[in-house]
Design a binder for this molecule. Structure first.
Ligand code: ASP
Length: 137
């Protein structure tokens, strides 16, 4: 799965997710990636998010819409909302994975309950950052 999130100069947010699905999936299976609010979500007032992991769990947990709702209705920031969903809620539904999440101010986070998640992003001051594991700087 490849995901992307972006914010433009007008503070418009966008998210996209492309996937081949899970290995050995049943013919016709639809995972979370194409489902808005599950594997992909963008709302200008909250977050652009793109997820990867066991799609059935991300669908059941309405993962990316829940990140947005925690920000909108609970006042959580993008990092705490994404952490709450990915690390505290989804594993209880039986799945692991990760999300890239960006808010309108350009605040980015990429929590994952999976062992690693290949992530790359460009910082405000033009620095390219890539990482696989959470403990990398
Ligand atoms: N989330 C994708 C799916 O369930 C798989 C993945 O992210 O690796 O179709």
């Amino acid at each position: 799965t490849v995901g992307a999130v972006a914010v433009d100069g007008e503070k418009d947010l966008a998210a996209a997710t492309s996937t081949g699905g899970l290995t050995n999936k049943m013919a016709g299976r639809v995972g979370d990636s194409p489902l808005i609010g599950a594997g992909t979500y963008a709302k200008n007032s909250t977050v652009a998010a793109s997820a990867t992991g066991q799609g059935e769990v991300f669908i059941r947990g309405a993962a990316t819409a829940t990140i947005s709702d925690l920000m909108e209705f609970e006042g959580e920031d993008v990092a705490s909302a994404a952490y709450e969903v990915l690390i505290k809620r989804l594993p209880k539904l039986g799945g692991d994975g990760g999300v890239i999440a960006l808010d309108r101010h350009g605040t980015f986070d990429a929590p994952h309950s999976s062992e690693g998640m290949l992530t790359g992003y460009l910082t405000r001051d033009g620095k390219f950052v890539t990482r696989i594991f959470s403990d990398e700087s």
